[in-house]
Design a binder for this molecule. Structure first.
Ligand SMILES: O=C(O)CCC(=O)C(=O)O
Ligand SMILES: [Fe+2]
Length: 506
């Protein structure tokens, strides 16, 4: 790649560096304001929990495990275990605050054929899921892209996805009614109670940035969508408010193996498997649906389970001792404190999702425990106005997080069209067997350069780095990525000044 092209690419990247710096500045200000203190947070056992949920976290909805249709839990759970056993779940190398780090959770992306999902500067390539009755995707030799085990697993995620698509709408509406009420309550121009001026400024600043980002995205997607999609069996997301989740990011973590988890820093909520974040790169205002499955550790961890058993019998001894003691005030106090501690321990043994209002240290946080099989939705603008984190429990846990990604710029279909656009400037002389550029207009060459960069940085490098690791389970991406590399090489030649000036390329 030539220096001029690199410069252009990095100029584009600078914008995101600036917003990273801005975020760091805001985080630093909040930490300073907070000092040594911890912000309160509420769990279901705390008084005021429901009121806080209704007033400040109305876009969050819990769906207990009983709502899923018969047999779906079994199919989804066995699919999750298949992905884990087959080694499809891998830790991603992501960029956080200018550092490259491995995620604590292992992940895989499953979804509509040809879709990708980009988070923390990393693009994941979806293992395609298969619809009811459909035989599955075939590769160029007419062979299925995955073996039947994996195909069945991916089909279970598709089925879960169908359930979420049909279930999330009534939830959103029900919450929507609630939300608009609380929106009116909070819609005064003056800062709400307990909200300092600085936080209001932060919020306004954030809203302004979000608005700009949204406008950019809309512009992006209107450009991207002007191509009609050959994957058009896939309905566009959010048509008539019907939610079409198109991918799921699967997470897995066993806390007995990942022992170096960070403590949640602002509220003291406990160990975090996933730190505070907004889900990125989704269709604005689209919901996120999460299935949570905590399970006993894999067989290799049986030793740990045994140790836990011993721990429990010691606790029992302690209990018996306490029962026999006298009842003076001091002892009662100690006992109560002990019970409270136990309550906290019990609560922390469960996996939880933590929520907080973004850039706000005055509204208490919310920690929602998840029983195995429970689902939750983040609807309306919850993902934009709030951040969430995942708090590790004692058991291993999977989650399947269903999202609506922009079909316009995140799909193979989109990038293939971009390649064709660039290659349109190429003409072939069949007699001389040469290729030449049709136009030497600077704007045309610039357009080719932009596409060349996009293909290289957003797709090829990401694929060689992260996406290729799935090739041993699923061949779906092999052929298209080979073709994309060929197109990229052709563009490289088109941008070569010597080739361009003599109009001879092939
Ligand atoms: O596992 C969960 O409950 C949510 C995970 C999450 O927030 C994410 O993957 O973005
Ligand atoms: Fe998330």
């Amino acid at each position: 790649m030539k220096p001029r092209q690199r410069k252009q690419y990095f100029r584009n990247m600078k914008r995101s560096d600036d917003s990273e710096r801005e975020k760091r500045r805001k985080r630093w200000r909040l930490i300073q304001e907070l000092g040594e203190q911890r912000i309160p947070y509420l769990s279901p056992a705390d008084p005021g929990f429901q009121e806080l949920w209704d007033s400040s976290y109305a876009g969050l909805a819990l769906r207990q495990c009983s709502v899923l249709p018969d047999g779906l839990h079994e199919r989804v759970q066995s699919a999750l275990i298949t992905l884990q056993r087959r080694g499809c779940l891998l830790r991603d190398l992501v960029r956080v605050r200018d550092r490259d780090v491995f995620t604590a959770v292992s992940r895989a992306l499953v979804g509509q054929p040809g879709y990708t999902y980009r988070y923390l500067d990393t693009r994941l390539f979806a293992i395609p899921w298969h619809c009811e009755g459909e035989e599955g995707q075939k590769d160029e030799n007419g062979k299925p892209c995955c073996d039947s085990d994996l195909r069945d697993a991916c089909k279970a995620f598709w089925e879960l996805n169908q359930f979420f698509c049909s279930d999330v709408r009534p939830q959103t509406n029900a919450r929507g009614v609630k939300r608009s009420r609380s929106d009116t309550e909070n819609s005064e121009d003056t800062p709400g109670e307990g909200m300092c001026e600085e936080s209001v400024k932060d919020r306004l600043l954030e809203e302004k940035q979000e608005k700009e980002k949204k406008e950019e995205e809309e512009e992006d997607s209107s450009q991207g969508c002007s191509h009609s999609s050959p994957l058009s069996s896939t309905p566009p997301p959010n048509v008539g408010r019907l939610v079409q989740f198109n991918i799921t990011l699967i997470n897995y973590m066993d806390p007995t193996v990942m022992t170096q988890l960070k403590e949640e820093p602002y509220y003291g909520m406990g160990k975090m498997a996933v730190g505070w974040h907004h889900d990125e790169n989704l269709v604005p205002l689209s919901p996120v649906a999460v299935y949570s499955y905590s399970c006993p550790a894999e067989p290799k961890n049986e030793g740990v389970t045994e140790k836990d058993g011993q721990g429990q019998s010691k606790d029992k001894e302690k209990e018996t001792e306490t029962e026999g003691e006298g009842t003076c005030k001091e002892e009662l106090k100690e006992e109560r404190e002990g019970l409270e501690k136990e309550e906290v321990q019990k609560e922390k043994a469960c996996w939880r999702v933590g929520l907080k209002v973004a850039w706000d240290i005055h509204t208490p946080g919310l920690a929602l425990p998840l029983q195995s099989g429970d689902c939750y939705y983040m609807t309306d603008d919850l993902n934009r106005t709030h951040q969430h984190c995942v708090l590790a429990g004692d058991m291993a846990r999977f989650s399947s997080t269903h999202r609506v990604v922009q079909c316009c710029t995140r799909t193979l279909d989109y990038i293939q069209k971009r390649c064709s656009e660039a290659l349109e400037n190429l003409q072939t002389d069949p007699e001389k067997n040469t290729k030449s550029l049709k136009s030497l207009l600077p704007s045309t060459l610039q357009h080719t350069e932009d596409i060349h960069n996009e293909v290289e940085f957003e797709w090829l490098r990401q694929y060689w780095f992260q996406g290729r690791r799935y090739a041993r389970f699923c061949s779906w991406w092999n052929k298209p990525m080979e073709q994309m590399e060929k197109d990229w090489k052709e563009m490289e030649r088109m941008l070569n000044p010597y080739s361009a000036s003599v109009h001879r390329l092939g």
